[in-house]
Design a protein around this ligand. Structure first.
Ligand code: AMP
Ligand code: ZN
Ligand code: FE
Ligand code: FE
Length: 283
């Protein structure tokens, strides 16, 4: 019987450190029955992941994690079950271009503070497979001795509002949700705790997102304690949203997190699949 579905994880196609084959093998070792690869802004790792999960007899669905414009915290939207060759594909290529324009601005800022870095160095040190983002830059800053730890690179320089922070191109929440739906997928708010909203403000925002067509809330996540899990589950019930869960595994970039952490129940994926069927029909 299938019991665990980890629906949130990253590979070296975005800012994780394992490749998709290694990720699939680790899932098998950890007793995870089903996975969704949710790399940031890219679907390029999914083909390799599915090849390996098929070989291992694991279940896999397509996923992606988009960052929407938001304050005070961050709003990440997970897409599931979409057609990887649908409209989402071209849009994600635009996102990659925007990242390629953002990195040189970060490098200029770091150079002005006495920490020169080139894209080639960052790729070499971080072993980035595809996109380069702040986690890769943080790793390179540590390797070059500019900071003592990866965390210090973020805390002192790269974190939102920090002296080397450059905002990333981002769409509105509505645009993210629409894009996922137009490709036949289901849209879920990742780690809602990171929106940094509470009480009535949180409830109002979830209501607004539900009215935009949001399908679900990720209730199981390493950043959520038991009380927060309950609170998000209640909000999901109130607004007729699905509940999902995942470890947000990133390999060595987030060493405290294990694949399958939180043991998200397989029944979440069964419900998600029903919704995917409806969304696919509507395209
Ligand atoms: P980017 O997409 O290049 O803006 O990088 C975003 C990623 O950086 C997130 O997915 C996190 O993995 C990581 N990140 C963001 N803020 C921090 C922080 N304060 N400390 C450590 N990692 C962070
Ligand atoms: Zn990440
Ligand atoms: Fe996220
Ligand atoms: Fe994530």
């Amino acid at each position: 019987m299938k019991t665990v579905a980890d629906l949130h994880m990253h590979t070296n196609h975005s800012d994780g450190t394992l490749n998709p084959t290694e990720l699939a093998r680790l899932a098998k070792d950890q007793g995870v029955d089903a996975v969704a690869l949710t790399d940031h802004d890219t679907v390029t790792g999914i083909g390799e992941l599915v090849e390996e999960t098929n070989r291992l007899g694991l279940e896999a669905i397509a996923g992606v994690e988009l960052s929407a414009k938001f304050s005070p915290g961050t709003l990440h939207i997970l897409g599931y079950g979409f057609d990887v060759k649908g409209p989402i594909r071209e849009k994600l290529i635009e996102f990659q271009k925007a990242r390629a324009e953002r990195n040189p601005v970060i490098f200029e800022r770091l150079k002005a503070m006495g920490m020169p870095l080139t894209l080639e160095e960052v790729k070499e040190i971080s072993q980035a497979k595809n996109q380069v983002g702040r986690p890769h830059i943080a790793k390179a800053m540590e390797a070059k001795g500019y900071v003592k730890t990866y965390a210090e690179a973020f805390d002192k320089y790269l974190t939102k509002g920090g002296p080397a922070y450059v905002p990333k191109a981002a769409w509105s929440a509505q645009d993210c949700i629409d894009l996922i739906h137009e490709s036949g997928g289901v849209a879920v708010i990742a780690h809602p705790i990171q929106m940094k909203l509470q009480g009535m403000n949180l409830r109002e925002k979830i209501k607004e997102l539900a009215e935009m067509g949001l399908d679900g809330l990720e209730v199981i996540h390493p950043d959520h304690n038991a009380g927060e899990q309950k609170g998000f589950t209640r909000l999901a019930e109130e607004f007729d949203l699905l509940t999902t869960g995942g470890s947000d595994f990133h390999g060595d970039h987030k060493p405290g997190i294990q694949l399958g952490q939180g043991r998200p129940p397989y029944v979440f994926l069964e419900k998600l699949r029903e919704r995917i069927k409806q969304r696919r029909k509507a395209v």
